[in-house]
Design a protein around this ligand. Structure first.
Ligand code: F6R
Ligand code: MG
Ligand code: MG
Length: 381
């Protein structure tokens, strides 16, 4: 076991999809796999896995180069450029959407794609969970992560595991003010919730163990709308989590998605609330009103910097096979609850709280409506 820190990076982007905002073409995933396989041969990355949620391509990469590394980010950028080229050649929808610049400056931050990265010394056994969401925004993870890390009625480990009981440092980002603050759980739990309750402004960026285990989870918080200076697409965020042995167990991470039907912002036109729908990536096409917002969770063990899934013994260079946690009929009830809640909120049509508040709407016709009415508005008596 090496004391060198391994870095797990997920870089994701929507660079075009088949039939509206549904799913990338398989060729787009294939070209990304080829580029990452080359990067692996050249020693840029240790290992990789390519997947998608809805219309977003997600690149999982492991390496020893630290967060924000130029070569790793450059490789992801090359994947998205090549996938966008294929999307354009097929006249796919929104081809190249998340590529905001022609000149790559060494890091995908501010260039359109989203990224979540964490570096840590690999433990004797290192279970990893990769959550991926479509049609929503980074603060969508605040509720489940609060349940997981702040609520002993969800995570019994907070009560009975001595290291988890030491608490966590919760880094909260003010995505509008471009500031961050680190708060302590459990001491500051109520103040943490007071910030996070405003999902239009605050989001969890990272949570770290206070028992010396290092980072527990990290969320991509690149607000595309602010990056581009205008609202051009939702973030569709990812969250990487380390599990077990002093951190929440795999089951504690997953439980909130069964027990709570979570309304998150970003459904249809980035302008509606809908309920998180837990499913397999295979089932993540947005089939109802461009949604409801999907959440997938894939798991790998880390093995000396490499991803270990369910690959048959002796396979070399083949595709990794993760554990697909939201696949299967255990989650049918949660999915049914999501559809019921989403139908209910849709029954409000274009009225709040079905649609977001005015500052959060990705689309609005109000400025023109108000402009046209300027001469017709009268003062009240
Ligand atoms: C895309 C999304 C969709 C679109 C909607 C309208 O991620 O959330 O709901 O916003 O399909 O798309 P346009 O404006 O491209 O016609
Ligand atoms: Mg899209
Ligand atoms: Mg998307």
């Amino acid at each position: 076991m090496s004391a060198e820190k391994v870095t797990v990076s997920v870089i994701k982007a929507d660079v075009g999809s088949v039939v509206g905002h549904s799913r990338p073409h398989p060729e787009m995933l294939n070209v990304s796999k080829k580029i990452l396989a080359d990067a692996q041969k050249q020693g840029v990355i240790e290992d990789f896995y390519v997947t998608r949620v809805g219309d977003d391509i997600n690149l999982y990469m492991t390496h020893y180069k630290g967060s924000g590394n130029k070569d790793v980010h450059g490789t992801a950028w090359e994947c998205f450029q090549s996938a966008a080229k294929i999307a354009k050649s097929m006249k796919l929808y929104a081809a190249g959407q998340d590529i905001l610049t022609d000149a790559f400056s060494g890091n995908v931050k501010g260039a359109g794609p989203g990224s979540a990265e964490m570096s840590f010394v690999e433990r004797g056994s290192e279970p990893l969970l990769f959550f991926m969401a479509d049609k929503t925004e980074p603060s969508a993870y605040s509720l489940p992560l609060s349940r997981i890390f702040l609520d002993p009625f969800t995570t019994t480990g907070l009560v009975v595991d001595a290291r988890a009981k030491k608490g966590f440092d919760v880094e909260i980002q003010d995505v509008i003010g471009h500031k961050k603050v680190v708060m302590k759980s459990p001491e500051e739990t109520l103040s943490i919730l007071s910030l996070l309750g405003d999902t239009s402004r605050y989001a969890i960026k990272r949570i770290c163990s206070r028992a010396g285990i290092g980072p527990a989870c990290v969320v991509s918080t690149d607000k595309l709308n602010l990056t581009a200076g205008k609202y051009i697409g939702k973030d569709d965020p990812v969250c990487i989590c380390r599990a077990q042995s002093g951190l929440p167990s795999v089951g504690e991470y997953l439980q909130p998605f069964m027990n709570t039907t979570m309304l998150v912002a970003g459904w249809m036109r980035g302008s509606h609330y809908g309920a998180f729908y837990p499913c397999s990536p295979e089932e993540s096409d947005p089939v109802y009103f461009d949604g409801p917002p999907r959440i997938c969770c894939l798991g790998f063990q880390l093995n000396e910097g490499k991803l270990q899934g369910l690959e048959p013994i002796g396979t070399k260079g083949g595709e990794h096979i993760p554990v697909d946690f939201f696949k299967g009929n255990t989650w049918d009830l949660a999915r049914m609850n999501s559809v019921k809640a989403s139908r209910f909120i849709r029954s409000q049509g274009p009225f709040m709280p079905s649609i977001l508040g005015p500052e959060e709407m990705e689309y609005t016709s109000r400025p023109e409506v108000l402009r046209d009415l300027t001469s017709r508005f009268e003062n009240l008596d």
